[in-house]
Design a protein around this ligand. Structure first.
Ligand SMILES: NC(=O)c1ccc[n+]([C@@H]2O[C@H](COP(=O)([O-])OP(=O)(O)OC[C@H]3O[C@@H](n4cnc5c(N)ncnc54)[C@H](OP(=O)(O)O)[C@@H]3O)[C@@H](O)[C@H]2O)c1
Length: 329
């Protein structure tokens, strides 16, 4: 008999999530039946979407949603022998019994010197989001200028690096001086701390006086209202995330973008990376190739211990992470 530790929601989030919204519970798991496996969590991901999606998909007493890299430690399913590592959407739990549905094996030739935690970051969902946003949504071309916000985070840091690989000028915005220094290390052409610049409009103009061809938007809200004005005519905007509104209890209203979009003839497209799921195996190989060639860095912000998953989640929402926020169980 295995005991699984789980983090459940004590109540739906209201505004910014609190430690008291989570409770650690221990559950006895049954032995895996025919066709089933027992998974043990190795790395647990904490992501902004969990705040958003849990509002309408997680009820009081439910285990918090999320993905993890886990190891098969018992198996009655020949597709997933003992020792296999998988990406599993089984939430914040140390152990899980499941029948294998939805488990995604780590790519077969994953290099030994690359941490499996990157399967939750640069060589996983956030990396794919960056790649698809750039290639499928923006159609970024060599020589163009791209703006990305939350630029030092899991998605943003990969966006900037791919744009550099493609021969573009990259401007990044992030919420601390340490993050700005990191962006410069990554080769961003310009980076600024949006919390201290005073005028965002001036910072955007200074970084690219001629404006922006593409804007990869992770933040939304007032930032985007200002950024929209700095787009070039026929600019393209990939609406990836809107983290500045995820904790709102009352929806924000604001200046509406339509007139600027008309006069600048801007194209804006929201997307979810799952749209291109059929391309994932090939895309992950490309991301891994860039990593191995030294063109892509997969910086991570690792928190240790299953007991610290809520703290890691709250820290990520507060902007404490540089790179992908992950918990090493
Ligand atoms: N469409 C898709 O398929 C898809 C997939 C993955 C992620 N996303 C979205 O992409 C965005 C980035 O996700 P991620 O996983 O890469 O997270 P992340 O950037 O690693 O972490 C979140 C970051 O957001 C910033 N932030 C938090 N609150 C903010 C606020 N009120 N205003 C401005 N910035 C704030 C913080 O950075 P600063 O210190 O720089 O403020 C924080 O570090 C999120 O909006 C997420 O929902 C979308």
């Amino acid at each position: 008999m295995v005991q699984a530790k789980t983090w459940i929601l004590t109540k739906p989030f209201e505004g910014f999530p609190q430690h008291s919204d989570f409770e650690l519970k221990v559950e006895e798991l049954p032995e895996p039946k025919d066709g089933e496996v027992l998974l043990e969590a190795v790395f647990i991901s904490v992501d902004p979407y969990m705040r958003l999606i849990s509002s309408f998909s997680v009820n009081k007493g439910d285990v918090m949603i999320g993905t993890q890299v886990s190891k098969v430690i018992k198996s009655n399913n020949p597709t997933f022998p003992v020792g296999t590592h998988v990406v599993a959407s089984c939430g914040w739990r140390t152990h899980t019994v499941c029948d294998g549905t939805g488990l995604v094996p780590i790519m077969p030739d994953w290099p030994q010197d690359v941490s499996l935690s990157l399967a939750l970051g640069a060589i996983g969902m956030p990396g794919l989001t960056a790649l698809y946003g750039i290639e499928e949504v923006l159609g970024l071309q060599k020589g163009e200028t791209l703006l990305v916000n939350a630029a030092a985070g899991a998605v943003g840091s990969v966006v900037g690096q791919i744009a550099k690989i493609k021969g573009c000028k990259v401007v990044g915005s992030a919420g601390s001086d340490a993050k700005v220094a990191f962006l410069k290390e990554l080769g961003f052409d310009a980076a600024f701390n949006y919390k201290t610049v005073g005028s965002l409009e001036e910072a955007l103009k200074k970084a690219s006086p001629e404006g922006y061809d593409c804007y990869f938007d992770n933040v939304g809200g007032p930032f985007s209202t200002v950024a929209l004005q700095q787009m070039k005519n026929f600019g393209r905007i990939a609406v990836c995330g809107s983290i500045s509104v995820y904790n709102d209890t009352t929806p924000q209203t604001g200046p509406y973008p339509y007139l600027t979009m008309i006069f600048k003839q801007i194209k804006m497209e929201g997307f979810m990376e799952t749209r291109w799921g059929h391309k994932d195996p090939e895309s992950l190989k490309r991301l891994m190739g860039w990593l191995k060639e030294g063109k892509l860095q997969g910086r991570e912000h690792i928190t240790k211990g299953f007991e610290n998953v809520p703290a890691a989640f709250l820290g990520m929402l507060k902007g404490e992470n540089i790179g992908k926020a992950v918990v090493a169980v």
